[in-house]
Design a protein around this ligand. Structure first.
Ligand SMILES: Nc1ncnc2c1ncn2[C@@H]1O[C@H](COP(=O)(O)OP(=O)(O)O)[C@@H](O)[C@H]1O
Ligand SMILES: [Mg+2]
Length: 381
């Protein structure tokens, strides 16, 4: 049985990664020249996959790179462990050297090292810091100097990526931001990337004059993948699996998914499965539609919970957006037709739906993120 050439739900690289040439060039060049970056996109656009590509290129230039995933950082203690472990995994030097550097910064901390394969998180070694009572805040703040210390010692540049950075704000208000800023603004050898998917929270952190990280980096909005490049990728992936697909069918696929990176891979994955089950070597438009039905069937449970998670005004807005072909959710026509209330009420509902990842900003308007979910809503309404 051949493996499916379309992958979704994990970080993609190598032959599973389409295009992004311009983005790759710009981000690599910015980080090589020590520009801090704030990278935003809705969920599942490919931020994490892209930054891993960028890291690959930076490493080739001899730059040390650390990737800090804040998604699992549910407490400050966890954040300290994740931060220290991520720096240790950047392979800047021997583990002894890293441990030594940490002890230098925070002498009283107790350190436990878990070797590769035994750690709670993916990606190798894990350091666990045990703080004395009430010490976690001050230890954490001192720890922020670790990358600069290592970069200096190795006489190299370093890049530290914070993925899902908005999570930091959920730990203890603005304390971490303040301390982090006060440290990193003095770092001469390290550049920082702040990435995230929750526009609202990131906006508050980086675009509010009263916040410590106000304009702490160059903003970079990651979009969907351009149709032409995505089309070439899809053709090649099917071809690698021995299946032919015409330009018209590719257009149909991308029209259905609106070039959304994740949903396009998801649909193509199902088209491939369908072809295999039919023992077919080429794809017709009707196969695409069959595969789409299958995606919607597979997702039925997820769509039901997404729908159930909305109530009242939020649900009314989602429904109105799903069934209507009009643009402009704030227009009086749209609000009146769907009885959505004042623009401020619509704005609040839009914020809430965006936070859940159900809708996303598109210029001054909003769209439903998953067009298959949109169709599902149309069917049940
Ligand atoms: N450049 C790309 N080429 C092909 N597919 C991609 C690309 N970027 C993202 N994807 C698809 O989107 C999914 C989510 O990517 P990910 O990097 O996890 O996004 P994010 O970090 O923005 O949530 C991947 O599993 C893959 O299916
Ligand atoms: Mg991600």
């Amino acid at each position: 049985m051949k493996t499916n050439p379309f992958v979704f739900g994990t970080i993609v690289g190598d032959e599973n990664f389409a295009d992004r040439k311009n983005e790759l060039k710009e981000l690599t060049s910015d980080l090589s020249s020590r520009t801090n970056l704030i990278i935003f996109s809705p969920r599942r656009y490919g931020k994490t996959s892209l930054i891993f590509k960028v890291i690959e290129q930076l490493q080739k230039k001899g730059i040390i790179c650390a990737y800090v995933d804040l998604y699992p950082a549910a407490t400050k203690e966890k954040f300290a462990n994740i931060f220290a472990s991520s720096i240790a995994r950047a392979k800047a030097g021997k583990m002894d050297e890293i441990i030594h550097a940490i002890r230098d910064l925070i002498p009283p901390v107790k350190l436990t090292l878990r070797p590769e394969g035994t750690s709670e998180y993916e990606g190798g070694v894990e350091l666990e810091l045990s703080h004395g009572k009430n010490d976690v805040d001050s230890n954490l703040t001192k720890l922020y100097d670790l990358p600069e210390k290592i970069a200096k010692k190795k006489n190299k540049k370093m890049v530290v990526v914070f993925d899902e950075f908005q999570e930091i704000g959920k730990l203890d208000g603005t304390e971490i931001e303040n301390n982090l800023r006060s440290k990193i603004q003095r770092h001469k050898n390290v550049s920082y990337v702040f990435m995230g998917s929750q526009r609202h929270l990131l906006d508050q952190m980086f675009n509010d004059k009263n916040r410590a990280l106000y304009r702490a980096g160059k903003p970079f909005n990651l979009g969907r993948i351009p149709e032409e490049e995505f089309g070439t990728f899809i053709k090649e992936r099917f071809k690698a699996g021995g299946i032919n697909v015409s330009e018209e069918v590719i257009s149909k696929i991308l029209q259905l998914t609106q070039c959304h990176p994740y949903y396009t891979q998801q649909l193509c994955h199902e088209i491939w499965n369908y072809c295999m089950s039919q023992d077919s070597k080429s794809i017709e438009e009707r196969d695409v539609l069959k595969a789409k039905e299958q995606v919607m069937k597979n997702q039925n449970y997820a769509y039901t919970s997404m729908w159930d998670s909305t109530r009242g005004r939020h649900r009314a807005l989602l429904l109105a957006m799903a069934i209507s072909d009009e643009k402009g959710i704030f227009s009086s026509k749209f609000r009146e037709r769907h009885r959505l209330g004042a623009p401020s009420t619509v704005a609040r509902a839009a914020d809430a739906l965006e936070e859940k990842g159900l809708i996303e900003k598109d210029g001054n308007d909003y769209v439903v993120s998953d067009t298959f979910f949109q169709e599902w809503i149309r069917k049940i309404s």
